[in-house]
Design a protein around this ligand. Structure first.
Ligand code: GAR
Length: 207
């Protein structure tokens, strides 16, 4: 049974998709041990509690320095003895120490087809604003492993979504979530939980 931690910052619709997939049996061999937010007001925390999942906040505002915050975040993550950490709309940079310690055990959902519209400054609605500005006709979402760069780790799954005439960033964001994010994030977790990743992703081959 894969012990999963989900890290969130906001509404938590991706978290909800993962919870629903576990409850419906679309994800097997995995359970959510805890949901960790940097933001005390994140609705994602309420979603976790409603499903009896431990929900905690580690806020940078409670610490004197970034180093102290990073130390506390890592301590909290370590305390759950997680096999997989899922960044589901976690909008804070992950400490390098944590990335090294959990190499190939952290995955992220990004709302574009990487390598388009990703990297520093591309998060949330900004990604869709940039896609509309560029006039792309296809966008989508990507699940990837997290390495020490920004959105630069190995890609696990991607799904394309059409951009339609008249789309606003909000409308496009919603379509990308519904048609891509809420499908490929649960799918990637199920694949990891059941050892179904391609050989190049398997932990023993990377280490
Ligand atoms: C999602 O669209 C996710 O892909 C994005 O934040 C949103 C969180 O929504 N993540 C990033 O932009 C990471 N670079 P949610 O809280 O409703 O899941």
């Amino acid at each position: 049974m894969l012990n999963v931690g989900v890290m969130v910052s906001g509404g938590g619709t991706n978290l909800q998709a993962v919870i629903d997939a576990i409850e419906s049996g679309a994800i097997t061999n995995a359970k959510i041990r805890a949901v960790i937010s940097n933001n005390p007001g994140a609705y994602a925390l309420e979603r976790a509690k409603k499903h009896g999942i431990e929900a905690v906040c580690v806020s940078p505002k409670s610490f004197k320095s970034r180093e102290e915050f990073h130390g506390a975040l890592l301590e909290k993550v370590d305390s759950y003895e997680l096999d997989l950490i899922v960044l589901a709309g976690f909008l804070v940079t992950i400490p390098g120490e944590m990335i090294r310690k959990y190499q190939n055990q952290i995955i992220n959902i990004h709302p574009s087809l990487i390598p388009s519209f990703c990297g520093v400054g591309y998060y949330g609605l900004k990604v869709h604003e940039a896609a509309l500005r560029r006039g792309v006709k296809l966008t989508g979402a990507t699940v990837h492993f997290v390495d020490e760069g920004v959105d630069s780790g190995p890609i696990i799954l991607q799904k394309a979504v059409e951009v339609l005439p008249g789309d606003t960033p909000e409308v496009l964001q919603r379509r990308v979530m519904e048609e891509a994010e809420w499908k490929i994030l649960p799918k990637a977790i199920d694949m990891i939980a059941n050892g179904e990743l391609e050989p190049e992703f398997r932990k023993e081959n990377i280490e």
